[in-house]
Design a protein around this ligand. Structure first.
Ligand code: NDP
Length: 299
């Protein structure tokens, strides 16, 4: 099997380089080699290789910046994925793509299903939804995975930021009324590889799926979990447990509005592919151990 991976250096792209390797020959591109603001260049790279599968991990993910950079966000998240999808439809290739909980407005308390009504609150969510729609409209065989609150050991992430702030400050304020499931890029990549193998054998499994870790938390609970882990593992922190204040979203204004309820139901994914999603804490603990390995092995 020949696989083209686009966006190879992002959180998910990096893990896909590992997870896709046993499936066949992987041709991986970064944003300079396949720039989504230049669709012709992206299509030319793919055409040259004639892959059986295209995995698109490239995206415009700067949620707040997208509010004032609409055209670029739309090009990267919707127009170029649409062009890729039309190429895949012509060639009979499978297109794998990622989307987001931000396609929903986050109202109510229920976990969203794949067919729940979409209503993005911000430009990023709107352009990601347009990307999904362009792929479906192309008629290509596809796997679209909607995920949420992605983290990876490589690069910056929420947990790392909390650890840094907890080491620098006596007090922290963290949003407590946005809930969702922190999901590891490694889990997303592993499920992707598994699903690609199964769809090659059972094409009827192609479609849209929610792919998030099990369980649910708020940013505040997530921060407390990270800080407690740090305390138990001897990582230097200054903030006391009762000095992590829970604040409402209204106290932390950002250019882009975010959904309060980001829960995604994964029943469809688990049933179709025979998978069990692990609890979010399991992956976060692994990531914390990885990023603090040098500290832990010295202590
Ligand atoms: P990252 O921001 O870590 O990576 C995005 C990748 O896209 C980077 O490799 C980046 O390259 C690349 N990229 C950005 N602009 C362009 C461009 N113009 N041309 C080509 N490549 C470009 O994202 P994640 O790995 O976290 O996200 C993977 C998928 O998951 C995306 O579809 C995202 O929308 C979705 N998702 C992410 C969430 C999150 O919390 N991060 C939540 C829900 C969904 P470079 O580094 O060179 O700029």
């Amino acid at each position: 099997m020949k696989i083209v991976l686009l966006g190879k250096n992002g959180q998910v792209g990096w893990e896909l380089q590992r997870a896709l390797a046993p499936l066949g020959r992987v041709f991986a591109f970064d944003s300079a080699q396949a720039d989504f603001t230049q669709p012709d260049q992206v299509i030319e790279q793919v055409r040259r290789i004639q892959p059986d599968v295209v995995v698109n991990a490239a995206a415009y993910t700067a949620v707040d910046k997208a509010e004032s950079d609409v055209e670029r966000a739309r090009q990267v998240n919707a127009s170029t994925p649409g062009a890729l999808a039309r190429w895949a439809a012509e060639q009979g290739a499978l297109l794998v793509h990622y989307s987001t909980d931000y396609v929903f407005d986050g109202s109510g308390a229920e976990a969203r299903r794949e067919d729940s009504a979409t209503a993005p609150l911000n430009v990023y969510g709107q352009t990601k939804l347009e990307g999904e729609q362009a792929i479906v409209a192309s008629g290509c065989r596809h796997l679209i995975f909607r995920t949420s609150w992605v983290y990876a050991a490589k690069g910056g992430n929420f947990a790392r930021t909390m650890l840094r702030l907890a080491a620098e400050r006596d007090q922290l304020k963290v949003i407590a009324d946005q809930i969702g499931a922190p999901t590891g890029a490694d889990l997303i990549a592993d499920v992707t590889a598994h699903a690609i193998r199964q769809v090659q054998r059972q094409p009827e499994l192609a479609g849209l799926y929610h792919l998030v870790a099990a369980g649910c938390t708020s940013w505040w609970q997530y921060a407390c979990f990270v800080i407690e882990w740090a305390r138990q593992h001897g990582v230097a922190i200054r903030v006391e447990p009762d000095a992590v204040a829970a604040i409402p979203t209204s106290e932390y204004p950002t250019p882009a509005r975010r959904p309060l309820n980001s829960q995604l139901c994964t029943d469809k994914l688990q049933t179709a592919f025979g998978l069990v999603m692990p609890d979010w804490k399991q992956g976060v603990e692994r990531m914390l151990t990885e990023i603090h390995q040098p500290t832990l092995s010295r202590s």
